[in-house]
Write a protein of this length. Structure first.
Length: 457
């Protein structure tokens, strides 16, 4: 069975909403995602899916529009109908942004203002043709459903909006969980396999994400992971983090589940997952949007989106060094929520000052660890290296293993500062977070071959 996954489209219909003005320019510029370019990216992606005559299944795993704009939902559904009209099967779920309480418009007169959004019932009507209407089982309250993908595979499509935007819980109602268990049991009784989609990550895509954004994980994530894996569900496909990652969890019984967490379609690295599942393995390939009808100057889209990403990071580092209150405001663009940024702004300010002014050689001299800095790292500015590290987290495959010049030099500097961080964070857990930013020794995050685990009943 072959299929695509795209996620976190964050489609903003700028033309339909006539977005303009200073606030719109700032929103488009100071965002990790390419919001202004989102329609062109989406249109190019849909054309790529149409051009692939071999694959007819497309999974879309939530945050479909930017901030819940009703006109965006309707316009997106119209675009997705191009796929279904061509014989493709599209299976969609929604995410928190799709029910955002303050959908946004922008104008010269009003600045940023609230436009019309949607209720959950309206979303079911708008997206009903993409999985829900033809489902073999439905949980209408949550817009969750089960679809038959082929003669031996079912899709468990789960909305995890939980108890609402304001409450910060992203998981499954008890009633919904009972329904999930019933569907899993029915699938096993029928002798079929099941894969799952949900918006929030089942497993942390990076130690830094789990450390700073625990409340942005799927609620009761290890409990749900064990439920799935111990019932012969070995692959779940997620979004939300805007990070490219493949992680796994092993239960006490010895069963394994993989979380294929995919980054945003409209933010670097703009992945389109192309996958093939058979009885033995899941083969994952990552493509990127091509032939986008947008003026990127002399740059390719991937270079343009990377530079857009780096611009935001440079601004964050500059703010950390020179305007810590601004840092608290802009850090939210990279999944660090305002209240969390507020708690750590003192060490971040210290770190920002170091990053902004020092090379590895100068930092080693100041911190009396120059002998542990690799010579080829001497003239590398700390700020530039941090930008590379953060970009690696989002793009996947953090490559700097212990023993490399990058790892050893950076850790030498960090260890000189670690007593400060241990005091602030009340322990040494932060050490593993820093190491995880440098190196991820797990599966490749973009292109991988994952063996279907042996199931232990």
């Amino acid at each position: 069975m072959k299929f695509y996954q795209i996620t976190d489209l964050h489609y903003y219909p700028a033309k339909l909403l006539n977005a303009q003005g200073k606030e719109w320019i700032n929103r488009a510029m100071y965002d990790q995602k390419c919001i202004a370019e989102s329609e062109a990216i989406l249109d190019a992606t849909i054309q790529m899916l149409l051009d692939d005559k071999e694959i007819n299944i497309v999974l879309i795993t939530g945050d479909n529009v930017c901030d819940g704009e009703r006109v965006g939902h309707i316009s997106l559904a119209d675009k997705l109908h191009k796929l279904t009209d061509a014989g493709k099967k599209v299976y969609i779920i929604t995410g928190t942004h799709d029910l955002h309480p303050e959908p946004k418009g922008y104008s010269n007169e009003k600045g940023e203002y609230v436009v019309e959004g949607c209720t959950r019932q309206e979303l079911e009507e708008i997206y009903g043709d993409f999985g829900f209407n033809d489902a073999i089982a439905k949980h209408a309250k949550t817009f969750s459903y089960v679809s038959q993908l082929d003669e031996k595979t079912r899709l468990l499509a789960l909305n995890d909006d939980g108890i609402g935007w304001e409450d910060g819980f992203h998981g499954y109602f008890e009633e919904q969980l009972d329904w999930i268990k019933e569907q899993i049991a029915d699938c096993r009784k029928a002798g079929q396999k099941m894969i799952a989609i949900t918006h929030h990550p089942l497993l942390a895509p990076s130690p830094v994400y789990e450390f700073y954004c625990k409340n942005q994980m799927l609620g009761d994530n290890e409990k749900i992971a064990a439920l799935f894996a111990d019932n012969d569900i070995h692959f779940v496909f997620t979004g939300h983090t805007h990070m490219q990652n493949i992680n796994f969890f092993d239960t006490a019984k010895g069963n394994r589940i993989y979380d294929i967490n995919t980054a945003s379609l409209i933010g670097y690295p703009s992945p389109i997952r192309r996958m093939e599942l058979d009885d033995e393995k899941l083969t994952v390939k990552t493509l990127h949007p091509q032939n986008i009808n947008y003026d990127f100057g002399s740059k390719s889209y991937m270079t343009y989106s990377r530079d857009h990403f780096d611009f935001m990071l440079n601004d964050i580092i500059d703010s950390a060094a020179n305007d810590i209150n601004r840092f608290v405001e802009v850090a939210e663009c990279f999944s660090l929520h305002k209240e969390q940024a507020e708690k750590i702004k003192v060490p971040i300010h210290i770190l920002g000052k170091l990053l902004d002014s020092l090379t590895f050689k100068k930092a080693g001299t100041v911190l009396m660890c120059k002998s542990k800095i690799a010579p080829r790292m001497y003239n590398v500015r700390l700020a530039d290296f941090i930008i590379t590290l953060v970009r690696n987290i989002y793009a996947g495959d953090e490559p700097y293993a212990p023993g490399t010049a990058e790892y050893d030099s950076f850790m030498a500097i960090y260890y000189r500062l670690s007593p400060i961080f241990h005091k602030i964070f009340k322990g040494d857990e932060i050490d593993n977070v820093i190491k995880g930013i440098l190196y991820d020794g797990g599966f490749p995050d973009s292109d991988a071959v994952l063996e279907v685990p042996e199931f232990i009943d």
